[in-house]
Design a protein around this ligand. Sequence first.
Ligand code: ADP
Length: 216
Amino acid sequence: MEFKAKLVTWDDIEKWCEEINKKMLKDGIPDAIIGLSRGGLVPARILSDMILMKNLYAIKTEHWGLTATVDGKADLKYGLNVSIEGKNVLVVDDITDTGQSMKLAYDYIKTLKPKSVKTSTMLHIGHSSFVPDYYAQFVTDKEWTWFIFPWNVYEDITNLSSKIEMKSSSVDEIVKKLKESFDLSVNHSVLGKVLMQMVHMGKAELKDGKYTYIQA
Ligand code: ADP
């Protein structure tokens, strides 16, 4: 096995956001929520709904590289163009893995003179250098998994496909290879949709019901 990958469901997302909401409410409602683009955008939106918060902003940090490869430092790609001076803000991301993105975001937001900064992620991995104030699920280093969030299915499965031998393979064969290489359980229908999209995007070729990955 190369590494483990797992599909996260919308039910998981809802449950994890409810968990964060419960923990966060003990400290009071923030004046603004800042989602880290892209992974934190949907959880930030859900949390903003739960607390009826309309001050929802985004900043973008970036790690260069493909799915499951951390091959560079996090960079701030874009910041805020509204004032959060004197405000209690909550920063939201999907996961703290290396912790670099959240650390970078936290340090940047601190320079904007908010009254307080709290951080949250749905998943927090033990080896992360940054520990968020609120997280729903702790993942030990041993349990490390590439979590395929519902908003990242096409991107992640496309990237995982580039790591397996996908040469004139049927959907069922690809299901099997993804299981062998990543212990990934993906059903025929979901994979079929992603593969068709890969064909439309020029990432795969379809011939006689068999798919071949196209190296860029
Ligand atoms: P952080 O610095 O927040 O720990 P990284 O900088 O390591 O996270 O990665 C940045 C982004 O990459 C995360 O916000 C997430 O979208 C994605 N990511 C990192 N690790 C994982 C993982 N194990 N599973 C799924 N996505 C991940």
